[in-house]
Design a protein around this ligand. Structure first.
Ligand code: PMP
Length: 290
């Protein structure tokens, strides 16, 4: 496996970072999880824009242009001869000293890893997931804004630990007011009376690229879609619920906190959107291999 690390492409074993890297010491940095389908990187521009926006929000200077960053990602996929891939792009504050002050870091560093995508089991899409809400609240946007895809994922990790302990696969996080935010690594949608709803960014969520794609596809398909806050009561009484994310695409949720959602199986709107999503993804973006 070839990895882009600190300005060059090297074998994975040679890709090393300093123990003084502030991404490692403090979670000080930003990242993206991106996917390639069929020799094209899906929504690469959108991912790169989100990366630079996250970096800007934490005053992290990225040393290369957006165009150069796009080239780093596509070249990493190309060097690994991948058609379908999961790509991790990281910009860390770089090497500093043991203090947290980012001024001590000389420059930010870029890492890009592209590997084979591990697909989620088909049974998950057919039978749906059970989720629970957890006691860990989503980061308050006035503290670490969830819009920033930072390397500090401890909030989500605590939620994951809670759902692991409960023996379910995903946790739903609420904000301080009790509105539904998102999963540990995915956005949430509900469907009621034919209208799909997902929380707006101001409740405290990551603005998922898959979420935006689903909203666009719903619009094209004539399915009404709203970005609107909703409560647990609405989740429990929804006709359908599903999660969205780069790795999982769309996954149905059939039970939340022991309440069966709708008929307890993947719903009609979900099926239609997943089918459309899967037709759409292999044809988006420039071909990597010309
Ligand atoms: N929320 C969180 C907290 C995430 O980590 C992710 C995964 N990046 C998502 C939502 C989904 O975002 P995307 O569709 O861009 O993968």
């Amino acid at each position: 496996m070839i990895v882009f690390c600190d300005g060059e492409f090297v074998e994975a074993e040679q890709a090393k970072i300093s123990v003084f890297d502030h991404g490692f010491l403090y979670g000080d940095g930003v990242f993206e999880g991106i996917r390639a389908y069929n020799g094209r990187v899906f929504k690469l521009k959108e991912h790169i824009d989100r990366l630079y926006e996250s970096a800007n929000a934490i005053l992290l200077k990225i040393e290369v242009s957006r165009t150069e960053m796009i080239a780093i990602v596509t070249e990493t996929v190309r060097r690994n001869k991948l058609q379908d891939a999961y790509i991790r792009l990281v910009v860390s504050r770089g090497t500093g000293d043991l203090g947290l002050d980012p001024q001590k870091c000389r420059r930010s560093e870029i890492f890009c890893i592209a590997g084979q995508i591990t697909l989620f089991p088909q049974s998950m899409y057919e039978n749906g997931l059970e989720v629970i809400t957890v006691s860990t609240r989503r980061n308050n946007p006035n503290a670490i804004n969830p819009m920033v895809k930072s390397l500090n994922y401890l909030n989500n990790i605590l939620a994951k630990i809670e759902c692991n302990r409960a023996g379910v696969m995903e946790a739903i996080m609420l904000n301080q007011e009790g509105y539904v935010c998102e999963g540990t690594g995915d956005n949430i949608f509900i469907v009621k009376d034919g209208i799909i709803k997902t929380p707006p960014t101001y409740v405290g969520i990551l603005k998922g690229i898959t979420r935006d794609t689903v909203l666009d596809l719903a619009g094209e398909m004539g399915i009404a879609a709203l970005e609107q806050p909703f409560t647990l009561h609405e989740l429990y009484n929804a006709d359908e619920c599903f999660l969205t994310g780069t790795a999982a695409e769309l996954i149905p949720v059939v039970k939340a906190d022991g309440r069966q959602i709708g008929e307890g199986k993947p719903g009609e709107a979900f099926q239609k959107l997943l089918t459309r999503f899967r037709e759409f993804t292999p044809n988006v973006g420039e071909l990597i291999y010309q």
